[in-house]
Design a protein around this ligand. Structure first.
Ligand SMILES: Cc1cc2nc3c(=O)[nH]c(=O)nc-3n(C[C@H](O)[C@H](O)[C@H](O)COP(=O)(O)OP(=O)(O)OC[C@H]3O[C@@H](n4cnc5c(N)ncnc54)[C@H](O)[C@@H]3O)c2cc1C
Length: 406
C-alpha cells in the first residue's frame, strides 16, 4: 500500500494549485520518498521497535534524498517548498515507522532553530550539513524535574573567564536523538535567571555524557537520552541569537514542532486504519467479511473523517507558517486534535481486529504505543487545551470584540 495517500495529494493540490513548483514536490513525495519508505523504512520498523534502535544510516540516506531540505532556504541547500510538503512527507514517514519519524521530525525542528535564530556563522557552519543528513541534531529543553514547566529548568550557564565562552552545568532528560546526535540545541539558565540557547558538539573540554533511557512503551525506534554537562566548555560563537532570548526561540520552535507532530499523528492514524481495512477485507465471520459489519463500516467512516479533519488542520497551520503568520493557535489545535485522533483510531483499530489486533504480529498495536507520545510531547494536550488554545482564543476575541451579529 502506498505511503503517500491520494487524500494527501488532493489536499496539497487544493492548498498549492497557484504554486507552479507544487507538481515537482508532489512527484518527489509520490516517487522517491514513497519508494524509499516501502523498500527501506517500513520493512525494518518492527525489528527496530523490538530492539529499540534508531537507524542512523537510514537517517543519512533520507538526508541524501533531500527529505530534510524540503522547506529550508535555498542558500543552505534547501528546496524552499511550503512547509506543508515537508508535513506530507513526515506523515508518510510516520506511517511507515513513527519512532524513526520522531527522530527525523525533532532533528528538523532543531535545524530550523539554527537556521532562524543562529548567527550567520552558525548557519553557514551547520545548516547545510543538518538538512542533508550529514549531521544529526537534538533539541534539549526538558529536564527530569521540568517538562511542561520548562522555564523552571536547572541547567545553567556561566561565563568562562579564560576564553570568553560559556560553561554548561546540569542534566537534560528525554532528549530524542540524544544517543546518536552530532549537534545539540541546548537551553540553559544564566546567573540573571534568563535562559539562553547554545549549539553544542561533543568532544569539547569538560564533561558531556549521554545515557540511554531504556524500555520506552512506544517510539522505540527513536532513541531518547539523558545529557549530563559538568563544566562543559562552549565557545563564545556557539550562543544562538542573543543572550537571554533562548526560551523565546524554544517556544517558537515548539510551535513549528507541533505542526510536525500533528502530521506525524495523522501518519500513525492512517497506518492503523489501513491495516484495519486490510484485515477487515480478509477476516470472515458468520459467513461474511468483517468489513461488512455495520459497526465496522461506521467506525471506519468516522476514522477516515477524523483523519481528514486532522490533516486539514495540520496543512492549514503549515500554510500559515510558510506565510510567516502567527501559528500559535493553529499549531496547538492541529497537534491537539491529530494526537487525540491517532490514539482513538489506533485503539479502535485494535478493538475491531479483535485478538489479532492485540498481538505484535498484526503491527497494529505499535501504532497505539507510538500515538500515546503525541499527547505528551511538544506541550502535553492538557497544556494546549487548558492554557495555549484558550489564551489565543480569548486574546483574539478581546482584541476584535464581539461580532456585531450578536
Ligand atoms: C519519548 C519522549 C521523547 C521526548 N523528546 C524530547 C526532546 O527531544 N526534547 C525535549 O526537550 N523534551 C522531550 N521530551 C519531553 C516532553 O516534552 C515532556 O515529557 C513533556 O513536555 C511533558 O513534561 P513531563 O513529562 O515533565 O510532564 P509534567 O510536566 O510533569 O506533566 C505531567 C502531566 O501534567 C498535566 N499538566 C501539566 N501542565 C498542565 C497544565 N498547565 N494544565 C493542566 N494539566 C497540566 C499533563 O497531563 C501532563 O501530561 C520527550 C518526552 C518523551 C516521553
Amino acid at each position: 500500500m502506498a505511503f503517500f495517500v491520494d487524500d494527501q495529494a488532493d489536499a496539497l493540490w487544493k492548498l498549492h494549485h497557484a504554486d507552479p513548483d507544487h507538481e515537482m514536490y508532489l512527484s518527489f513525495l509520490q516517487g522517491p520518498i514513497n519508494d524509499f519508505l516501502t523498500r527501506e523504512v517500513a520493512p525494518r520498523a518492527a525489528a527496530n521497535d523490538a530492539e529499540e534502535v534508531f537507524d542512523v544510516d537510514l537517517f543519512r540516506t533520507l538526508g541524501e534524498l533531500g527529505f530534510m531540505a524540503l522547506s529550508f532556504p535555498a542558500e543552505y541547500g534547501g528546496a524552499e517548498a511550503c512547509f506543508s510538503f515537508y508535513n506530507a512527507g513526515l506523515e508518510s514517514l510516520a506511517k511507515a515507522d513513527a519512532g524513526f519519524a520522531l527522530g527525523v521530525g525533532i532533528h528538523g525542528t532543531m535545524a530550523e532553530g539554527i537556521s532562524r535564530y543562529g548567527s550567520e556563522a552558525l548557519r553557514n557552519k551547520y545548516v547545510n550539513d543538518l538538512i542533508s543528513g550529514k549531521l544529526l541534531g537534538a533539541f534539549a529543553l526538558s529536564e527530569a524535574g521540568s517538562g511542561s514547566d520548562a522555564k523552571s529548568m536547572k541547567t545553567s550557564w556561566r561565563r568562562d573567564p579564560e576564553t570568553g565562552g560559556y560553561l554548561l552545568d546540569g542534566t537534560k532528560y528525554w532528549i530524542t536523538n540524544g544517543m546518536s546526535a552530532d549537534l545539540f540545541f541546548v537551553m540553559a539558565r544564566g546567573e540573571d535567571g534568563r535562559i539562553s540557547a547554545f549549539v553544542v558538539e561533543k568532544g569539547w573540554k569538560g564533561t558531556f555524557e549521554t545515557n540511554k533511557i531504556q524500555d520506552k512503551m512506544g517510539v522505540r525506534s527513536s532513541n531518547t537520552a539523558e545529557l549530563i554537562f559538568e563544566d562543559y566548555h562552549v565557545p563564545a560563537d556557539c550562543l544562538v541569537g542573543e543572550e537571554g532570548r533562548g526560551f523565546n526561540y524554544a517556544m517558537h520552535m515548539l510551535n513549528s514542532g507541533r505542526i510536525t507532530i500533528a502530521s506525524w499523528s495523522v501518519g500513525i492514524a492512517t497506518g492503523a486504519l489501513e491495516k484495519l481495512l486490510k484485515y477487515a477485507h480478509e477476516r470472515e465471520m458468520f459467513g461474511k467479511l468483517l468489513k461488512d459489519l455495520d459497526n465496522v463500516k461506521r467506525e471506519c467512516a468516522e476514522m477516515a473523517v477524523e483523519i481528514a479533519a486532522s490533516r486539514g488542520l495540520a496543512y492549514d497551520a503549515a500554510f500559515f507558517k510558510t506565510q510567516g503568520r502567527d501559528i500559535i493557535k493553529k499549531a496547538a489545535m492541529a497537534k491537539f486534535k491529530a494526537s487525540e485522533v491517532a490514539v482513538r483510531v489506533s485503539e479502535r483499530a485494535i478493538q475491531l481486529a479483535g485478538g489479532y489486533g492485540y498481538v505484535q504480529d498484526s503491527r497494529i498495536e505499535r501504532h497505539l504505543r507510538d500515538a500515546l507520545l503525541a499527547r505528551i510531547g511538544e506541550g502535553a494536550n492538557e497544556v494546549l487545551s487548558c492554557v495555549v488554545i484558550p489564551r489565543s482564543l480569548y486574546k483574539e476575541f478581546e482584541r476584535q470584540g464581539p461580532p456585531p451579529l450578536w
